[in-house]
Design a protein around this ligand. Structure first.
Ligand SMILES: [Zn+2]
Length: 229
């Protein structure tokens, strides 16, 4: 759905769904022309290269920003790319990805300007989403000294975005699924990335975990030096 192909439809457009279906037919025809065997291959099985855990934000589409094709990424998304240990949805995805699909690369990808992280640095709210954002506020409490020492609000948000990703990488390393894979000698790597809305580039935070370590907390994410918020 190229940005230049069609003007952005208004939210009130009652026929929006019809346009999506029309574009789907166009996309399917184009894919068949460019990759004649793709659908037949994908209909038989999937062998994705990586599990992607990202934010639900519409501006961070995993396939497009990584230049991957259908079948390449197994994807889980939620607000602010969280790994919550009681989230059966996330745990089921993780277990299937590692245990059944045999994936060895798990990527947590946050993004600068994340609304969930911004909300966590704001005041207490009472909406349903604030129960979820509570997890990010806990991360802020863990790193409050570091974050509060940053004078710029944009930089504070950017730093919490990075720390949030590092914490989710750490949380993944404590899950029974990842620990069992490591115990079995499987080369599972858990990566922490942040995507820049302002330039479309992904930054590797250098917080990759490849083995179980004593309970010492997450490594600090590198200082961002920039903010796209
Ligand atoms: Zn977000």
């Amino acid at each position: 759905m190229p940005h230049t192909a069609t003007p952005r439809p208004p939210q009130s457009d009652g026929d929006l769904h019809l346009r999506f279906l029309e574009r789907n037919r166009e996309w399917s025809a184009r894919m068949l022309r460019e990759h004649p065997d793709l659908f037949a291959e994908l209909a038989r099985h999937q062998t994705p290269f990586a599990l992607w855990i990202g934010c639900s934000d519409s501006r961070v589409p995993p396939d497009q920003i990584t230049g991957t094709m259908p079948g390449d990424l197994f994807i889980h998304r939620n607000v602010a790319n969280m790994v919550v240990h009681t989230d059966m949805n996330l745990l089921s995805v993780l277990d299937f990805a590692i245990g059944t699909l045999g994936i060895h690369h798990v990527i947590v990808c946050g993004h600068y300007g994340c609304g969930g992280v911004k909300a966590a640095l704001g005041g207490e709210g009472h909406g349903l989403v604030h129960n979820w954002i509570r997890h990010i506020r806990d991360i802020y409490r863990l790193h409050r000294d570091v974050i509060d020492a940053i004078p710029s609000e944009d930089e504070r948000i950017a730093r919490l975005v990075e720390l949030n990703v590092a914490e989710q990488v750490y949380a993944l390393s404590r899950t029974s699924v990842v620990r069992a894979a490591w115990d079995a000698g499987r080369p599972v790597k858990v990566h922490g990335w942040v995507y820049g809305l302002h330039d479309g580039l992904i930054k590797d935070l250098g917080v990759t975990r490849t083995r179980y370590e004593p309970d010492i907390g997450p490594p600090p994410a590198s200082p961002s030096g920039r903010a796209a918020v």
